[in-house]
Design a protein around this ligand. Structure first.
Ligand code: HEC
Ligand code: HEC
Ligand code: HEC
Length: 285
């Protein structure tokens, strides 16, 4: 019972601390990601318009800081006005996010710049910076993943074994089947089957390598490079041995699984799955 009370206290304390952080912020947590944002990115817009506007917001904001550092009090007012105008403009682009651009901190910065106390200016800059972070921390990664990572949906791969055109996710399932099939065949003493499956695995890896070009202009390394292809060659050599050593096979299969599958998933899957999570089209799922 005492333990539970202690836990309860810790949970309450954590809740209060996190609530305190929320109270301290001047803007509510933004909606991640509002459907309207789609209007400012391809294919609906000709360019990533929202990103361009963000950069146009950041330039005069940093400009205020650099004018201050140079003691250029003549221009700092003008730079601030540019920032304020763009801040108001950006705040209206996505109505669901307007309340995440509170005017209070921006007006306080204007007042501090009009005054003579530099420490007040720095504190006011900081507060505006917190407004930016208040949205960037929850929403930026999701926006980057949604608008800049491309999609696997439109990738059509050709399965080299069945010669069928398959979606990317089905090619994944087929590669998965080949890789785990080898270990299973060896366990069952079906060495001929294991050899055939390894040949298929190699062919499917060849196709996987082609798929990279759907998103990458330059050749990419790692997950489908010579070192991984070399592991598949070693696997084939180990399967040609007599007798076949299941332990050696297991080690090679796991090596491929870790160096290729797992590491590529670490880089690409957060974006791929975030797209499903924050997809406005699939929001109900
Ligand atoms: C491009 C790097 C990359 C490599 C290399 C890779 N995968 Fe994947 N894999 C992905 C991505 C991205 C997804 C998620 C695709 C989606 O659903 O949009 C995925 C999804 C999967 C899925 C789930 C498929 C589904 O939707 O049912 C399996 C299973 C899988 N991979 C197995 C493997 C195995 C096994 C290997 C290694 C032999 C491998 N992958 C290598 C990128 C990769
Ligand atoms: C309500 C949400 C929101 C607020 C508030 C906000 N931003 Fe952003 N910002 C974003 C999103 C979303 C992106 C990602 C856009 C993309 O990658 O296409 C972004 C991206 C940026 C980028 C580009 C980062 C990069 O390297 O790609 C800069 C710079 C930036 N914001 C500056 C600011 C500044 C400065 C402020 C505060 C004065 C601010 N933002 C306030 C949502 C917000
Ligand atoms: C649906 C699009 C998509 C596909 C398909 C895809 N990638 Fe990527 N990948 C990206 C994006 C976006 C990034 C991050 C930005 C960048 O590096 O271009 C990235 C990053 C990477 C990186 C980290 C950056 C680097 O170069 O070190 C590697 C490595 C990589 N990909 C390899 C691959 C390989 C290998 C394949 C094919 C097996 C592949 N990718 C398929 C979208 C994709």
């Amino acid at each position: 019972m005492e333990r539970r009370n202690k836990m309860g206290f810790i949970i309450l304390a954590v809740t209060l601390v996190s609530a305190g952080v929320t109270w301290g912020q001047s803007a509510p947590e933004p909606v991640v990601l509002p459907p309207t944002l789609d209007n400012f990115y391809p294919p609906k817009a000709p360019a990533p318009v929202y990103l361009i506007n963000m950069i146009q917001l950041a330039t005069p904001f940093s400009g205020v800081a650099s004018d201050l550092m140079q003691g250029d009090m003549e221009n700092v007012g003008k730079t601030y006005e540019k920032f304020r105008t763009q801040y108001v403009a950006v705040s209206k682009m996505v109505p669901e996010w307007t309340s995440s651009f509170p005017m209070g901190p921006v007006d306080e910065l204007g007042a501090a710049l009009g005054g003579k106390d530099p420490s007040k200016v720095m504190a006011a800059m900081d507060k505006v910076g917190q407004v930016c972070n208040g949205c960037h921390i929850p929403a930026m990664a999701a926006a980057q993943q949604r608008y800049h990572w491309g999609t696997y949906d439109n990738i059509a791969a050709t399965d080299p074994l069945s010669k069928q055109t398959v979606p990317f996710s089905v090619l994944m399932q087929m590669i998965d089947g080949s890789l785990s099939g080898i270990e299973t065949d060896v366990e069952q003493g079906q060495i001929e089957n294991a050899r055939a499956t390894a040949l298929g695995l190699k062919a499917r890896f060849g196709e996987l390598k082609e798929v990279c070009a759907a998103c990458h202009d330059s050749e990419r390394k790692y997950y489908v490079d010579e070192s991984v292809m070399g592991k598949i060659d070693q696997l084939q050599a180990a399967l040609a041995a007599n007798p076949v050593d299941p332990k050696a096979i297991g080690g090679l299969v796991q090596g491929i699984g870790f160096e290729s599958c797992h590491k590529c998933h670490l880089v690409h899957n957060p974006a791929a799955y975030s797209k499903y999570r924050f997809s406005t089209a699939k929001a109900a799922h």
